[in-house]
Write a protein that binds this ligand. Structure first.
Ligand SMILES: [Cu+2]
Length: 402
């Protein structure tokens, strides 16, 4: 799951939260057409808002803004590493920048339809943050109504949405097969079917922030469980299958997981997707891969981390590829850098393919076990992912014309 979903976890019980998330997605859907068609905005540059993220303050240069695209120029004035979020009602994440070192500046570009928002600064990158309210005025639901509709942007979003819909449909099918094996008590079969289902979720993870509470209930880690938030979803079943080696009481978790991926598929057509969310999502997901996933934390029981890793890279690359024709016109050097970096990274992953039955292979996974990688091999992967992060971070700025 996206670590970015953390604040949403402090909330009502899961069942309630899930239906609220789906309802919120429906509301967002009313605005998505206007947002998509308008977010071309090639001729209108983003308007800049300054955010000074201090140790005890979160100073935003204005608290009212017109609807549209805005660039937040973030400066960390504290002595700790910080992060800054823009939240809509209910702590729905609109955008974020993480890992901002002391005395450094970063930019965050977001499309803001009319409504109430909060800017949160999180010194030390913990807690719910220091909040400053923000009111955005304008036509309800029109993020960039003044910008001309741009056919290439609309085509990019439509193409990416089709990809997400196809991946979500495959997620439903592969999860149904996996959970059926769990419920039938067939652990060997369930273990072999697990990697295929994981692949499809991890491919759509660039936009998982938009899934609300469905993201944690599908993909949470045990570290995220609390007294009020039980450990559920894929990784709970992974633990039952590989660590506890006991699925005699896993049926309810399996049933709930299957229901939640079906809810996700039903919600996708109304999830708001824009070129900005695609660009930001691809970049922040690969940041997360470099920072935490490469340590093997996500698939700690099954050790199929390389399946997730490749799927995250493929999903981010797909988002980039749909935007590539627009980027190629505006910044050819960026496109050739990204093409080269993605090719290098995927080629490096290919070197870790497993032959079925050989040492380090895992049934159902095309890759070797994470445990069979040497520290040098893990480092090489981390370096490649890290190298791609900087050019990926230029996508939204290039699209916004800043
Ligand atoms: Cu994940």
């Amino acid at each position: 799951m996206r670590l970015l979903s953390l604040p949403a976890r402090v909330g009502p019980p899961i069942a309630l939260a899930v239906s609220a998330a789906v309802a919120a997605a429906g509301v967002a859907g009313c605005t998505s057409d206007a947002t998509e068609s308008g977010s071309g905005g090639g001729t209108s540059s983003a308007r800049s808002v300054s955010v000074k993220a201090g140790a005890k303050t979160c100073a935003v240069s204005t608290t009212t803004l017109p609807a549209g695209r805005h660039a937040f120029a973030v400066e960390n004035t504290s002595s700790q590493v910080t992060e800054v979020y823009v939240y809509a009602a209910g702590d729905q994440i609109i955008g974020e920048v993480e890992n901002i070192g002391p005395a450094t500046r970063r930019q965050l570009i977001v499309d803001l339809p009319a409504g109430s928002y909060q800017v949160a600064c999180k010194p030390g990158m913990v807690g719910s943050g220091i909040r400053t309210g923000l009111t955005v005025h304008g036509q309800p639901g029109s993020a960039t109504s003044s910008a001309p509709a741009q056919a290439p942007m609309v085509a990019a979003v439509a193409s990416y949405r089709r990809y997400v819909e196809a991946e979500t449909a495959a997620l439903v099918d592969t999860t149904a097969a996996f959970t059926a094996a769990v419920k039938a008590g067939n652990a060997d079969r369930a273990r072999a079917l697990y990697p295929a289902a994981r692949l499809h979720y991890e491919r759509i993870e660039p936009i998982a922030e938009s899934f609300g509470q469905l993201d944690p209930v599908i993909d949470m880690r045990i570290d995220d469980a609390t007294d009020g938030t039980p450990f559920v979803g894929f990784h709970r079943l992974e633990q039952d299958l590989w660590q506890k080696k006991d699925i005699s009481s896993s049926a309810a978790t399996a049933t709930a997981l299957e229901a939640n991926v079906r809810k996700l598929r039903a919600a996708i057509p109304t999830v708001a997707i824009t070129p900005v969310t695609m660009g930001n999502g691809a970049k922040s997901l690969l940041d997360e891969v470099a920072k935490s996933k490469v340590t093997g934390e996500e698939e700690r029981y099954s050790r199929i981390d390389l399946v997730d890793f490749q799927a995250n890279v493929e999903g981010s690359k797909y988002a980039y590829t749909t935007l590539r024709p627009i980027l190629a016109q505006r910044n050819p050097a960026l496109v050739s850098t990204l093409d080269r970096r993605f090719a290098t990274l995927l080629a490096l992953l290919e070197t870790h393919r497993a032959t079925a039955g050989s040492a380090g292979s895992i049934p159902g996974s095309p890759f070797v076990s994470y445990d069979s990688l040497t520290p040098a091999q893990v480092k090489a992967l981390a370096v490649e992912v890290d190298t791609i992060s900087e050019p990926l971070g230029q996508i939204t700025g290039t699209l916004a014309g800043t």
